[in-house]
Design a protein around this ligand. Sequence first.
Ligand code: BG6
Length: 455
Amino acid sequence: MKFVILGFTGDLTRRLLLPALLRLLARGEVGDLEVLGLGREASDESEVLERLEAFLKALPGTDLKAWAALRRRTRYLRAELTPEGLRGLRGLEGDAVFYLALPPALFAKAAEALGALGLAEEKTGFRRLVVEKPFGKDLASARELNAALHRHFREDQIYRMDHFLGKWAAENLLATRFGNRFLEPIWRSCHVDWVEITYAETLGLEGRAAYYDGAGALRDMLQNHLMQLFALAAMEPPARLSPGSLRARKLEALRAVRPIPEGARGFAARGQYRGYREEEGVSRESRTETFAALKLYLDDWRFQGVPFYLRSGKRLARDAGYVALALRAAPQGCFGEAGRGYLVFWLSPEVGLDLTLFGRALAGEGLEAHTLRFRPERPPERTAYEEALLAVFRGDLGHFPSEEEVEAAWAIVDPVLRAWQEGEPEVYPEGSEGPASAWGILEPGHAWLPLGGEG
Ligand code: BG6
């Protein structure tokens, strides 16, 4: 198989893509492949590979044997993203994966150039196109990009990266939901009061201002990663875990979301951490949100009337990523006031599950909360990126959102994007719970789980 990386000399390739590939190779999870790296740098092949090697050697955990073997099978070509500029690929035979490790503005151009050279045609083997995030910046641009990719590539040749679908914890949400029959009857509005999906980070910009200041938390995290977790939690059980039925079920859930009203009042909140505007590369007047929260309602049989709260932000009190089902409290009859149980699927910083139930208090009378904690003994073997890459090599489309899912997710957030063209995000202190306005979108009696910060 040929693994053609467009954007070979970029940061994504050396920081994420190649390290993941090397770990897969070291574990023997992918067979022989040849790498064809394409980039705009004029340097010759040995210079490019030398520099890459120095970078990889400095990265903790690089398997140098795997790299030495891969290096022998890696070619570098200087190339522009036009049919003429990519002529070095003419005559490419056999199975090939084209990975667009490029700035999003170049996705369509690259796909067009590859297609014009006939490289999407599967005469001598499969042809797959991997597109990194972000996929569009609103519904209209996502539609345009889909149309541009489809000029030469069929939908089943397109792999839209969303590394959250490769997270063990996201797969475990599915496995736990559908591997335990007793969960099915409670996984609905009669036992669930609300669902919270949080991905809180202590990290800030990490030198990514050029991208992030034009994107913001809603586009960076909610439209893609959190919306996929939402779809996994909200969807109906698929009869099979085939990519087709999984995607169809997720799509149904996304399409069942009641449209957020224009103005998004009471449905969305945004914040910006104090000091964001002073970060390098950020505009001093930036109105970009570093925190976003949404409330979604589904008009379907399972979750009618149950709000799903989604939030994600940078520089918050701690790293905490989870999907939490807030369970309805028992009536007060027997033991006095019963509290609310929770079923929490952890994605970060650890993976696992917490189930909080009520039992007899150890002292005094009545009930108290008891939490059952499950944490796997070892960390999952593959990282999210490895899982996604392996899924590309295996041709497993179930790990990637479809064209329709991506568009449905944009359709959900579009009214919020429009509303946020006006006004400013609320400033929140670093290390806090985020902006106070995030509490304003919750229904009476509902609460975000505490992150342990102030404010
Ligand atoms: C990326 C976002 O897609 O996901 C980042 O661009 C974010 O802003 C990251 O930090 C979070 O995912 P993970 O797996 O690195 O915790």
